[in-house]
Design a binder for this molecule. Sequence first.
Ligand code: G6P
Length: 354
Amino acid sequence: DAGKSGYDHFMLKEINEQPRSLRECLHGRPQELDGTVSIDELSEVARPDRVHFVACGTSYHASLYGARLFRERGVPATAFLASEYDVESIPIEEGTLVVGVTQSGETADTLGAIRGANRVGAETLSVTNVVGSSAARETDHAMYIRAGPEIGVAATKTFASQQVALAMLSSALTGESSGEFIDALRALPDQVQSILDSSQTRAIADEYVDADAYFFIGRGYNAPVALEGALKMKEITYKHAEGFAAGELKHGPLALVTERTPVISLLTAESSPEKMLGNVKEVESRGAPVIAITDVPELIEHHADHILPVPETHRHLTPILANVQLQLLSYWVANRLGRSIDKPRNLAKSVTVE
Ligand code: G6P
């Protein structure tokens, strides 16, 4: 039990460490005086013409979020699964920055993609937690997420720090920022703390521990977090879980929705809430329990069985807060099922084979 600081699992300890790890990630980067973001280790990096993210697992979900931020800030960006990125079939044009997102810096698939990009002469950057890791050494530039060591196999605090790092990276490299964005970044650690202090996920987990499957839906910036919520759930509970961009529900997955499949719905003010509400009504009418993660509870209260609130923030940062509720929900379901939470069967913290 050494190192668990009184928590039953490293995962719960690491979830609870997020206010501190996010403070570390932010330290010295958002500039209150002029409303910009500055990342010391990247002072040489110019605004790219386009960005390719390469990553696996949870880091891929962070990359989907990062790519959307770059696109909204005027730089075309795509997130690729590192294992599917081959520079022959995905040509790298002049001016492309290839960004490897990898907590450990040692994932073989991600290193393979970075090496391919290096081979064709692309500029490369890693976003990693480990100073001196292979990814940091083999890229032209490295940005550190400063989350501290993560022992639980399921990535939690490192995902939050990746999201915050990519929000800052997109701002620093595009020059797009605002006082409101800077203030919101700085407020995040306290807001995460408020969710940790008040989350009702344990009781909800108890209620739905026998579910057949769990579905996670969200739109826009919330869509990658829906994928991540489902990945976390399957990793540590061994139960069937799937995440979708909510618009896809009607194109197939709706056939699986019953009164035994809770639908965890990310409905926030800035990510098409009216359309999300339509999706929620679709599952509600099939009898599925609805658990809403929301900053606009008044919009969904008549259609949700449970509401897990998130505080208001800048619209780019909402998914960072929403994800904390999802982490806790998976944790408490796995805890109720007595799973091996810190070391789930068949999984490794860092996968060094392709
Ligand atoms: C493994 C871990 C995942 C992680 C993925 C990528 O599969 O179990 O939690 O997201 O590797 O790891 P990385 O270190 O590259 O972020």
